[in-house]
Structures are given as C-alpha cells and as structure tokens.
Design a protein around this ligand. Structure first.
Ligand code: FES
Length: 80
C-alpha cells in the first residue's frame, strides 16, 4: 500500500490521496480545477507550486512527502 499524502489546496480544502496518484485526479477529488492545455508536459498551463516547487501537473504524480503533507499553490509563473 502506498503512503497517504495530505494535500492542502488553495482555498483551504484538504484531501488525502496515495503517493503516486495523478495530480489531475487528486485535484478533481478536491473540486479544484488545474488548468490544462496540451496534457503532454510542454505548454506549462497546468503548472502548480507544490511545497514551493513548480511542477507540471499533467505529467507529474503526487510525491511521497516526509511530513505526509503537501501544500499546493497556483504557480506564479508568468504564463499565468
Ligand atoms: S497541460 Fe501542457 S504542460 Fe501540462
């Protein structure tokens, strides 16, 4: 069984999902829409900040976190 990670979404929602699940699925469960474009990792539309690190949600999976928690923020990338 993979480890559960507690994810804090922008706007105070928190959900749990297993490490290794898709960010887009995890966001959907939280009722949080990550904007997407290419779904292939090249356009950057889906970028979010996870514990201060920018990732592309469409090609990344939820990492195991040492603390068991991750905080998501909308990316401040100029693409936005
Ligand atoms: S949707 Fe284009 S990089 Fe993720």
């Amino acid at each position: 069984m993979s480890k559960q990670v507690l994810i804090h979404w922008p706007g105070c929602q928190s959900t749990r999902c297993p490490a290794g699940c898709d960010w887009l699925d995890a966001a959907r469960q939280a009722g949080f829409a990550i904007p997407t474009g290419c779904l292939g990792g090249s356009c950057g539309a889906c970028e979010i900040d996870v514990n201060g690190t920018t990732i592309r949600a469409c090609i990344a999976t939820v990492p195991a976190s040492k603390s068991g928690e991750l905080t998501v923020e909308l990316s401040t990338d100029p693409y936005w």
